[in-house]
Each structure stands twice: as structure tokens, then as C-alpha cells.
Design a protein around this ligand. Structure first.
Ligand SMILES: NC(=O)C1=CN([C@@H]2O[C@H](COP(=O)(O)OP(=O)(O)OC[C@H]3O[C@@H](n4cnc5c(N)ncnc54)[C@H](OP(=O)(O)O)[C@@H]3O)[C@@H](O)[C@H]2O)C=CC1
Ligand SMILES: C[C@H]1O[C@H](OP(=O)(O)OP(=O)(O)OC[C@H]2O[C@@H](n3cnc4c(=O)[nH]c(N)nc43)[C@H](O)[C@@H]2O)[C@@H](O)[C@@H](O)C1=O
Length: 308
């Protein structure tokens, strides 16, 4: 990508899109194209068609999606399927029609079977049954991978797919019910500290394990792969290390400085027992994360304090 290349970042106000935007700006890219969802509703075929015909971007980072934690995924099942299929189909098809040089589609680690062997290798895709709480979202993401591959096969498009692990960072969503675990716990421990509450409830049993990557590290990886990777299929992006939700809660408690107790709310779902990425393909491409979990939580907590 030369520094004047016209690059569209779909979802530039979100956690990931804003991190990719910052990275490209820091690298000296000046021709960045963005639209909010109010300006272009990416679910709308006509709006997306008109946008691509007007702007003719050369590169696309597809980081716009309907996103949320385990309860949001399980509650808004129709929206997670419809919105994501529409957004990604409209963008991928119009990228093809308008001769986009290269597109990166962002999926998620939830595309892998619920009980797949760990760590999750790229070739475990479609080898088993999905986790029910996020099946609609995962089905949409799998369709996105297959769409990139089909457009590569039939039309020769250089469309690549990356699968990030669970993410957190600046501009995260701190909604009490709809967010992912890390922002949810940052907020809950912070509010409990402010209100001198004696205990904080953690959803589920605390035993599931998750892997966490700071969004700015993800943006570095996306930028790196956009320049160096041109293959069909998918590439995992993660750290290759995971932690139980209980230990994560203890770490967030420490960073926030909360001194009360932790309890577990068994009425909430655990989801997949474990989702550890095999990152050997990513490492062999020459990229590795730099921000470790405690440092990242400290950065995210200071961002939370500025905004809430
Ligand atoms: N967060 C995570 O833990 C993970 C995220 N991912 C993937 O990374 C990508 C980005 O996620 P993240 O940054 O966390 O999500 P956010 O919710 O922070 O951002 C999503 C962005 O998508 C845009 N968007 C949503 N619906 C529409 C629409 N109908 N029309 C136009 N724009 C729309 C929003 O734009 P606007 O602000 O203008 O409304 C928003 O900025 C997604 O593909 C997600 O699946 C993958 C793994 C984990
Ligand atoms: C990124 C990924 O995100 C979603 O999957 P998930 O990994 O299960 O994500 P999560 O962050 O919401 O939960 C992780 C774990 O943490 C526990 N947990 C404890 N306490 C809270 C809590 O307060 N909030 C939340 N959300 N979870 C909590 C929770 O019960 C679960 O065991 C997918 O739907 C899918 O969208 C996807 O791809």
C-alpha cells in the first residue's frame, strides 16, 4: 500500500476500526475514507453500491459488524445473523465490482467448533458443532470467509480473512449487559469500588478460559498482514496464551483497586469452555503481539476513566 493509497476503514468509530485508523495515520497514510453508520448503513445494498461507486477505494479493512458479548449474541440472534451477513456481503461484492486491490475481512475465534481440540488451528474450521450462544454470529463470519475465498477463486480478488481472538482496548463498549467480559468487569469493579459495594458478581462459573489481545496490537497485525499475506483461507490473530475468567476477574480487581469479594452468577452462560488460538501461522508470517494482559487492562482502565 503506498502512502497515498485510498483506504476505506469500515467501522472506523469502533474499537478495532479506530485502532486501525490510528495505525494507518501513524504510518503516514493520508487518503483514508470513512463513513459512520448514519451516513452509510452498510446493511443497505443501494447505499453501499453508491458509496463504492463514488469513492472507489483501493484497499478495504472490513471492521464494521454487529458486535457484542455472550448475552448480546444470544439475545439478538436475528440481528447478529442478518446485520453481519448484509454488511459483509454488500462490502465484499461491491469491492469486487469496483476493482478493490485488496480487502481484509475480520472474523472471530467463535467460528471454531465449541469442543475443538486446543489450541485452535485454522484447519479446524467446519469440523464440528458451534457454541449455541453465538451460532448466528459465527455462521455469518464463516460465510464471510467463504465469500472472500469464492471471490478469489472465481474472480481473482485478493480478499483475505483474519480471525482475531477476544479483544479489548480503547473505545471499547462498556454496556453492562451487551459488552464483552473485559470491559464489563472493568466497569463493574470500578462502580463497586466507587460505591463501596461488598461484592462483585462474575457471570457463569469462572472456569471458562479465554485469550485476550489489545486492539492496538490487533491493528498492528492487520496492517502487517495487509502488506505481507495474500492467501485464501484464514489466519488466527492472538497471543497464544489464555486465562480463566476467575483469574481474569482477580487481575481486573487488582488493576482497578477494588478490595471486596467475588461471587459467581450461575444464571449466566459460560459459553465455550476454551478458545485458545494456535498462532503458529501468524508467528511464521513474522508477527507477534507486544502488549501483555496486565499492561493492556491498565491502559483500557485509564481510557474508561477518561470517558465514563
Ligand atoms: N470486540 C471483540 O472482542 C472482537 C471483535 N472482532 C471483530 O472485529 C470487528 C470490529 O469489532 P469492534 O471494533 O469490537 O466492534 P465495535 O462495536 O466497537 O464497532 C463496530 C463498528 O461497526 C459499525 N457498524 C455496525 N453496524 C453498522 C451498519 N449497519 N452500518 C455501518 N456501520 C456499522 C459501527 O459504526 P458506527 O460507530 O458508525 O455506528 C461501529 O463503529 C468486527 O468484525 C468483529 O466481529 C473479532 C473478534 C473479537
Ligand atoms: C469475542 C467473542 O465474544 C463472545 O463470546 P465469549 O468469548 O463467550 O465472550 P464474552 O466476553 O461475553 O464472555 C467470556 C466469558 O466471560 C464470562 N463473563 C463473566 N462475567 C461477564 C460479564 O460481566 N460480561 C460478559 N460479557 N461475560 C462475562 C462469560 O460468561 C463467558 O464465560 C461471542 O458471543 C462472540 O461474539 C465472540 O466472538
Amino acid at each position: 500500500m503506498d502512502k497515498n493509497a485510498k483506504i476505506y476503514i469500515a467501522g472506523h468509530r469502533g474499537m478495532v476500526g479506530s485502532a486501525i485508523y490510528r495505525k494507518l495515520q501513524n504510518e503516514g497514510y493520508t487518503n483514508l475514507v470513512t463513513r459512520t453508520s448514519d451516513q452509510v448503513d452498510l446493511r443497505d445494498q443501494q447505499q453501499v453500491k453508491a458509496f463504492f461507486e463514488q469513492e472507489k477505494p483501493e484497499y478495504v479493512f472490513l471492521a464494521a459488524a454487529k458486535v457484542g458479548g455472550i448475552v448480546a449474541n444470544n439475545t439478538y440472534r436475528a440481528e447478529f445473523l442478518y446485520d453481519n451477513l448484509q454488511i459483509q456481503s454488500n462490502i465484499i461484492h461491491n469491492a469486487y465490482l469496483n476493482g478493490v486491490e485488496k480487502l481484509m475481512f475480520l472474523g472471530s475465534s467463535c467460528i471454531y467448533p465449541k469442543l475443538a481440540p486446543q489450541p485452535l488451528k485454522e484447519d479446524y474450521l467446519l469440523t464440528g458443532t458451534l457454541e449455541p450462544t453465538n451460532e448466528p454470529y459465527a455462521i455469518a463470519k464463516i460465510a464471510g470467509i467463504k465469500m472472500c475465498d469464492a471471490y478469489r477463486d472465481q474472480y481473482g480478488c485478493n480478499f483475505i480473512s483474519v480471525m482475531p481472538t477476544n479483544l479489548y482496548g480503547y473505545n471499547d463498549n462498556y454496556h453492562p449487559q451487551n459488552s464483552h467480559v473485559l470491559p464489563a468487569l472493568i466497569r463493574r469493579f470500578h462502580e463497586a469500588k466507587e460505591q463501596n459495594l461488598p461484592e462483585v458478581a462474575i457471570w457463569g462459573s469462572g472456569s471458562p478460559k479465554r485469550e485476550f489481545l489489545f486492539a492496538d496490537d490487533l491493528a498492528e497485525a492487520c496492517y502487517y498482514l495487509m502488506q505481507n499475506y495474500n492467501e485464501p483461507g484464514l489466519v488466527n490473530i492472538g497471543t497464544g496464551e489464555d486465562i480463566s475468567i476467575k483469574d481474569l476477574a482477580l487481575l481486573v480487581k487488582k488493576v482497578v483497586g477494588y478490595e471486596g469479594a467475588i461471587t459467581f452468577d450461575a444464571s449466566k452462560p459460560d459459553g465455550t469452555p476454551r478458545k485458545l488460538m494456535d498462532v503458529s501461522k501468524l508467528h511464521s508470517q513474522g508477527w507477534k503481539h507486544t502488549i501483555e494482559l496486565e499492561e493492556g487492562i491498565t491502559l483500557a482502565y485509564s481510557d474508561f476513566l477518561k470517558k465514563y
